[in-house]
Write a protein that binds this ligand. Structure first.
Ligand code: TXA
Ligand code: MG
Length: 320
C-alpha cells in the first residue's frame, strides 16, 4: 500500500516525487488534494489522467508563502491583499489574473488562475519542500465524493498516485470557498469552508454569476476557454465552411498537407496523450493568433486523456 504517515521524512520523499513530475495525494484542512508540480505541464496532465475526468477543469495552485503568489498571479488589487492578509492560510481560494509562467493546462486556457494557501501544516511543508506551486484538485475519482481521509483516497485513486500522505481526517471536510476578483467585480464562484458572511465583512455583498454565466456542470463553466475562431473536425467539415478561407490545423500525431495551412500544430508526434493534453490549450491559442479564419482539428483516440481532449475540441467546434 502506498499510504504513508505524514512524518517529516515522508513529506520530504513526497516533495521529491512532486519535483520529479509525479503525483502525491496530501491532506489539506478542507479535503485531500491530488498534487503535482503546477509549473510542469506533463505532471499536471497526469492529474487529469488519474482522475479520469472526461473534461478539463481549471485547477487550484497551492502555495506555501506569501511571496509565491507574485510568481503566478497579479495580486495587487487592494481587496485581494486584504483578503489574503485576513484569511490566508485557510480555506479561501482567490481567482486572479494569471502570470505567464502558469501553464495553460492548469487554467484550462483561461487568463485567470485560482490560488490558495492551505492552513494544514503537512500541505504547507509539502509545497515548501517541493519548491513549486502545487496544482491540486480534490483527490477523488470523477463522480465520487471528495476525500476527507487517506483511506478515501486509497480506495478511489490508490493505484494512480505514487504516494498518499496520511495526515488523519481533514478538519473542515468541505472544499474551499472560491472568490473571483476581476475588473467586473468580486464574485462568489463556490461557497465552501470559509463562510461567505466573513468574506462580505471585507468585500461588501458578493456578486454571483448571472444565469447565462452560470455553470451547469464544471466542464461548461463560462470562463472555460474556447478559441475565438471556428474550429471543425476534419472528418465532418463542409466544403463551404472552408473554401477561400485561411486555415490552421491541429493534428493529433502526424502532420499532413502542411502547405494548405497558414499554421500547423501536432499535439504529440509520439501519439502520447499526456503530451497532447499538456499542449492542447497553448496550441489552440497559437493557432487562434496565427491569422487563420478557421481551425481544422483531428480527433484523438477516445481513450484515457483523449476523452477530455475530444470533449474540449467538441465544445469548441459547437461554439461558432
Ligand atoms: O479545498 C479545496 O479547494 C480543494 C483542496 C485540495 O485545496 N481543492 C479543490 O479543487 O476543491 P477542485 O479542482 O476539486 O475544485 C476547484 C474548483 C473547480 O470547480 C474549478 O472550476 C475552479 O475551482 N477553478 C479553478 N481555477 C479557476 C479559474 N481560473 N476560474 C474559475 N474557477 C476556477
Ligand atoms: Mg473537486
Amino acid at each position: 500500500m502506498n499510504v504513508y504517515k505524514a512524518t517529516e521524512e515522508n513529506i520530504k520523499a513526497a516533495a521529491e516525487i512532486i519535483k520529479s513530475g509525479g503525483l502525491v495525494a496530501f491532506p489539506t484542512e478542507t479535503v485531500y488534494g491530488l498534487g503535482a508540480n503546477g509549473l510542469n505541464e506533463i505532471a499536471v496532465a497526469k492529474i487529469f489522467e488519474a482522475k479520469q475526468r472526461p473534461t478539463f477543469n481549471p485547477l487550484i495552485l497551492h502555495i506555501a508563502s506569501f511571496e509565491q503568489i507574485n510568481l503566478i498571479a497579479e495580486a495587487e488589487n487592494k481587496i485581494a491583499k486584504e483578503l489574503i492578509k485576513i484569511f490566508w492560510p485557510g480555506p479561501l481560494t482567490l481567482v486572479l489574473k494569471k502570470k505567464k509562467i502558469v501553464p495553460e493546462i492548469v487554467t484550462a486556457g483561461n487568463t485567470t488562475v485560482a490560488v490558495r494557501m492551505p492552513a494544514n501544516k503537512v500541505a504547507r511543508k509539502l509545497i515548501e519542500y517541493s519548491g513549486v506551486p502545487v496544482a491540486a484538485p480534490s483527490a477523488n475519482a470523477f463522480g465520487f465524493l471528495s476525500p476527507t481521509t487517506a483511506e478515501h483516497v486509497a480506495n478511489q485513486l490508490g493505484n494512480k498516485v505514487e504516494m498518499i500522505l496520511d495526515g488523519g481526517s481533514t478538519e473542515i471536510g468541505i472544499e474551499s470557498t472560491i472568490i473571483e476578483i476581476s475588473d467586473e467585480g468580486i464574485f462568489l464562484l463556490r461557497p465552501g469552508g470559509l463562510p461567505v458572511e466573513e468574506i462580505e465583512k471585507i468585500t461588501g455583498k458578493l456578486k454571483t454569476k448571472t444565469e447565462t454565466q452560470k455553470p451547469n456542470s464544471p466542464g461548461q463553466l463560462p470562463f472555460h476557454y474556447s478559441p475565438k475562431i471556428p474550429l471543425r473536425f476534419f472528418e465532418s467539415v463542409k466544403e463551404e465552411e472552408i473554401s477561400g478561407k485561411k486555415k490552421a490545423a491541429l493534428f493529433f500525431c502526424k502532420i499532413k498537407n502542411e502547405e494548405e495551412f497558414v499554421s500547423v500544430k501536432c499535439l504529440s508526434c509520439k501519439g502520447d496523450l499526456r503530451e497532447a493534453a499538456a499542449n492542447l490549450f497553448s496550441f489552440l491559442h497559437e493557432l487562434e493568433a496565427s491569422g487563420a479564419e478557421i481551425i481544422l482539428a483531428e480527433k484523438p483516440p477516445a481513450e484515457g486523456l483523449g476523452v477530455a481532449i475530444l470533449d474540449r475540441l467538441t465544445r469548441a467546434s459547437r461554439r461558432y
